[in-house]
Ligand binder design. Structure first.
Ligand code: ADP
Ligand code: ZN
Length: 531
């Protein structure tokens, strides 16, 4: 045998770690996971992004006889991982839909001849009978199921192909399986175990805390300016990622930052693949580049010194927020997760859920994800306690988030809530008309706009009863009522507001509403954007 890494006698895991990967020692419970799989046992590994999951299956694949079959849903990532493995001298290949038949058959014969240490396979391939027959024609060291949370129908990344992976256990009962994910709610953990029939597996659950990340959520005003001053005042010259929901926002934000002297670049799925690759390469190579991106960016990107992650739009779930913010500070140095969040985010997302295709159960699921995200935004307690609690992990106040550092006050917002809700009830009779938050606030504050005059809304009994609060404070009230489920967004496509079954108790005075006091430092909201 000529292959450099294949000449040795049976190697130990530590040998492989040091001589193939060039690291001194294992991290966390990597060694325990690896021992379990090398010994032929199953494993379920929950470890945050950047924790070092890949070695947990790569090393056993090299130590055990045969080829490690890695199921991975991200084709782009597969390619990167295989290249990285090859550079280390590991015999790795992949099978996915981007290959031409010649390439594919070369990989297949290499597998049959036992010349592969690792074979990455897209989940949809693995459910085909021809792929299974191929696998039977060689020797399998283990199955690694990466991004295992994709099997969860309750999760944010569900992939139907993952459900078929349960068959692996039936067809190859003697091959160890290892499922890995960075998503660790108790529900997801249970679903992975059940659906992939990993009942005999050992479970390895790492702490999800990222103590070097400071969490901060500011009320949204003129968000681009807020972002710019965050970068200028706190992150000048640092590498960072800014997440936005739409391509349009990505481009506008990147443009704005560039005009203001920040070395920023846009990244989204609508851009040419070569340009995207260049952008990514620059981000990895140069210091101080800021990428403004949709969630398309970041999966599998391994840059240790990302100093900040900023969100200019509200993420759709806590899992998403955790994963995205987790790309900051992998080197352990102090880093910041900054987000601006406002009424417009809540209205927009509630509306998107109302309009989303799919059945009621699906919409409820999206809604519960959003509710958890809103609870994190509106909490008056430690952000980290809330975040880790979401992943089933108990902790105490962290001292490294905005609410720990500057505890917000809470106040009894029942009376303003009643004023607002009764205005909504009164406008509800004119439901066909589009009255959004701005118009409600104009009525409450007694502002005589054209619209108010046109509809005679200065005749309403709630006209002008809310001039004790500023416009921005009213926006905060509406946002928090939406977050707490006392207000809803109509599915009329205009983001108009409606009361909910829960509102009745507030209107009757049977239910009080606690609110978070907005820090005064936020710039005034721009009316026209709905933020
Ligand atoms: P995950 O898949 O959990 O997000 P990775 O497997 O990509 O994490 O690992 C994250 C980074 O940590 C990689 O750069 C990897 O090479 C590095 N790493 C993993 N384990 C070790 C170790 N034992 N010693 C040093 N570096 C490690
Ligand atoms: Zn805290």
């Amino acid at each position: 045998m000529t292959d450099a890494i294949d000449t040795a006698h049976p190697r130990t895991a530590l040998d492989v770690l040091q001589h193939v990967f060039g690291y001194d020692s294992f991290r966390g419970f990597q060694a325990d996971v690896i021992d379990q799989v090398i010994a032929g046992g199953d494993a379920v590994v929950l470890m945050p992004t950047g924790g070092g999951k890949s070695l947990c299956y790569q090393i056993p694949s090299l130590v055990r006889e045969g080829t490690g079959i890695v199921v991975s849903p991200l084709i782009a990532l597969m390619h990167d991982q295989v290249s990285a493995m090859r550079e280390l001298g590991v015999r790795a290949a992949y099978l996915n839909s981007t290959q031409d038949p010649v390439e594919r058959s070369e990989v297949e014969s290499a597998y049959r001849r036992g010349e592969l240490d690792l074979l990455y396979v897209a989940p949809e391939r693995l459910s085909s009978e021809s792929t299974k027959r191929l696998l039977e024609s060689g020797r399998i060291a283990l199955f690694a199921i990466d991004e295992a949370h994709c099997v969860s129908q309750w999760g944010h990344d569900f992939r139907p192909d993952y459900l078929a992976l349960a068959e692996l256990a039936e067809r190859w009962p003697d091959v160890p399986r290892i499922a890995l994910t960075a998503t660790a709610t108790e529900a997801t953990h249970k679903e992975i175990t059940e659906r992939l029939t990993l009942h005999e597996a050992k479970h390895f659950v790492a702490s999800f805390d990222r103590p070097n990340i400071r969490y901060r959520i500011d009320p949204k005003g003129e968000v681009r300016k807020q972002l710019l001053s965050f970068i200028r005042n706190e992150q000048a010259g640092n590498s960072g990622i800014v997440y936005a929901l739409s391509r349009n926002t990505v481009e506008k934000t990147a443009e704005f930052l560039v005009q203001n002297g920040v070395d920023a670049m846009p990244y989204h799925a609508g851009l040419d693949a070569r340009l995207r690759a260049q952008t990514q390469a620059r981000f990895l190579r140069d210091d101080g580049v800021v990428i403004v991106a949709t969630i398309a960016f970041g999966m599998g990107i391994d840059k240790p010194d990302v100093r900040f992650v900023a969100h200019v739009d509200l993420p759709k779930s806590v899992e998403g927020y955790y994963q995205e913010t987790g790309r900051a500070g992998r080197d352990g140095a102090p880093s910041t997760a900054w987000m601006a969040y406002g009424l417009g985010d809540v209205v927009q997302q509630r509306r998107m859920i109302e309009e989303s295709p799919g059945d009621l159960a699906h919409r409820r699921r999206l809604s519960s994800h959003l509710d958890a995200m809103l609870a994190l935004c509106e909490t008056v307690h430690c952000r980290r306690v809330n975040l880790l609690g979401y992943f089933g992990q108990q902790s105490g106040p962290c001292g490294n988030c905005d609410t720990c550092l500057e505890p917000p006050e809470s106040w009894d917002g029942t009376v303003p809530a009643q004023k607002l809700l009764s205005t909504v009830v009164r406008l509800d009779r004119e439901r066909r008309q589009r009255f959004g938050a701005g118009h409600l606030i104009d009525i409450l504050r007694g502002k005589r706009t054209d619209r108010v005059a046109q509809w005679g809304h200065d005749q309403l009994s709630t006209w002008g009863i809310g001039d004790d609060l500023t416009e921005q404070q009213w926006r905060g009230v509406i946002r928090q009522l939406l977050a707490q489920g006392f207000l809803a967004v109509n599915d009329d496509g205009y983001g108009t507001l409606a009361i909910t079954p829960e509102s009745a108790a507030v209107l009757r005075g049977d239910q009080t509403v606690q609110m978070r006091r907005e820090p005064e430092r936020a710039p005034r909201a721009a009316r026209s954007t709905g933020n």
